[in-house]
Design a protein around this ligand. Structure first.
Ligand code: GUN
Length: 307
C-alpha cells in the first residue's frame, strides 16, 4: 500500500505559516487584501469563491467579493478591474473562471496589473515562470510541488511525466519540475503509447480531466503519483484522473481525490497574495531561480546554452 499524501494537512501547514506572517505584517500596519470577482451564477464557481473567502478569513486577510450579474458587459468588468488595480487596499485580484461566453478571458486577464495577478495568469507572469524569475507561483502546479516536497523526494535527475498541456496546469507544472532539475516529458491526447511513457516516470502528474483513466499499468513501482483531476465517476461521485484503488498498491506515494491537490491550490493563492502585499510594500524583491548547477555563467550561456 502506497503512502497517501495528505493534501489537507500540508495545506493547513502552509496556511498556518502565512497566517503568522500576516499577523506580523499587521503589527507593522500592513493589512492584506484579496479581491475576488465572480460573474454569473455558476454553482461550482460560487463554491470555489466561497472557499477562497474562507481561506482569507483563516489566514487573516481581508477579502473583497464582487458578484456581478451574468449580463455584465466587458466594459463594466474592465472598469471594475481598473478600480481594483488602483485600490491600495487590494493587493491581489482574482477573476473567477470560466467567465460567461460573451466575455473574453484573455482580454480580462491582460487588464489585471501583473503585480496584482495572484493567479499568475497574465502573460507577463507566465513569461516569468518560463524563465525561472518569478514572484507569483502558478497555484495548482505550486501546490503539486509542495506535495512532492512533503514526500521527501529529491526531483533532481528524476523522470517526471506530466499528462496534460493546459496553460494553467500542464505547461507551468513542467516548468516548475524542470527548474528543480527533473527530466520532464509532457504527454497529451496525441501522445503515442501513453501507458508506456507514464510507466517510466518516477514522478507522474495527471492533469487530464477524465475519471480514473490512469490505471496500474501506467505506473512504475514505487512512483510518486499526483492526481490533479477533479472528475465525477459513473455514480456522480467526485474522483480523480487516477484510479486510486487500482494504483495504490503499486505507487510509492499517491494523492487522494478529494483531499490531495485541491486544498493546496487555495493555499498557494494565499501565498501569492502575501507575496503581492510584501512586494507592494517594498518588503520583497522578485525571487529568482539560480542556474540549475549553481555555476556562474556568462550571459550568452544563460540565454542560449543552458543545458
Ligand atoms: N476556476 C477554477 N480554478 C480557478 C483558478 O485557480 N483561478 C481562477 N481565476 N479561476 C478558476
Amino acid at each position: 500500500m502506497a503512502n497517501i499524501i495528505d493534501g489537507k494537512a500540508v495545506s493547513a501547514q502552509v496556511k498556518e505559516n502565512i497566517r503568522i506572517e500576516a499577523e506580523n505584517l499587521k503589527k507593522q500596519g500592513i493589512e492584506i487584501g484579496l479581491a475576488v470577482v465572480i460573474v454569473g451564477n455558476d454553482p461550482a464557481s460560487q463554491v470555489y469563491v466561497r472557499n477562497k473567502e474562507k481561506a482569507c478569513e483563516a489566514v487573516g486577510f481581508n477579502s473583497y467579493k464582487y458578484a456581478l450579474d451574468e449580463n455584465t458587459t466587458e466594459q463594466e468588468l474592465l472598469a471594475l478591474i481598473d478600480k481594483l488595480n488602483r485600490d491600495e487596499k487590494v493587493n491581489g485580484i482574482l477573476v473567477q473562471l470560466p467567465l460567461p461566453k460573451h466575455l473574453d478571458d484573455k482580454v480580462i486577464i491582460n487588464n489585471i496589473l501583473p503585480e496584482k495577478d495572484v493567479d499568475a495568469f497574465h502573460p507577463v507572469n507566465v513569461g516569468k515562470i518560463m524563465i525561472g524569475d518569478y514572484s507569483f507561483l502558478p497555484c495548482t502546479p505550486a501546490g503539486v510541488m509542495e506535495l512532492i516536497k512533503s514526500t521527501g523526494t529529491d526531483i533532481t535527475g528524476k523522470k517526471c511525466v506530466v499528462i496534460g498541456r493546459s496553460n494553467i496546469v500542464g505547461k507551468p507544472m513542467a516548468m516548475l519540475l524542470l527548474h528543480k532539475n527533473g527530466t520532464v516529458t509532457i504527454c497529451h491526447s496525441k501522445t503515442n503509447d501513453l501507458p508506456k511513457v507514464c510507466s517510466q516516470a518516477d514522478i507522474l502528474v495527471a492533469a487530464v480531466g477524465k475519471p480514473k483513466i490512469i490505471t496500474a499499468d501506467y505506473i512504475k513501482e514505487g512512483a510518486v503519483v499526483i492526481d490533479v483531476g477533479m472528475d465525477r465517476d459513473e455514480n456522480g461521485k467526485l474522483c480523480g484522473d487516477v484510479d486510486f484503488e487500482n494504483c495504490k498498491d503499486k505507487a510509492g506515494y499517491i494523492t487522494p481525490v478529494p483531499g490531495g491537490v485541491g486544498p493546496m491550490t487555495i493555499a498557494m493563492l494565499m501565498q501569492n497574495t502575501l507575496t503581492a502585499a510584501k512586494q507592494q510594500n517594498g518588503l520583497l524583491e522578485g525571487q529568482s531561480e539560480k542556474s540549475a548547477d549553481g555555476k556562474d555563467r556568462n550571459m550568452w550561456n544563460k540565454l542560449f546554452l543552458h543545458t
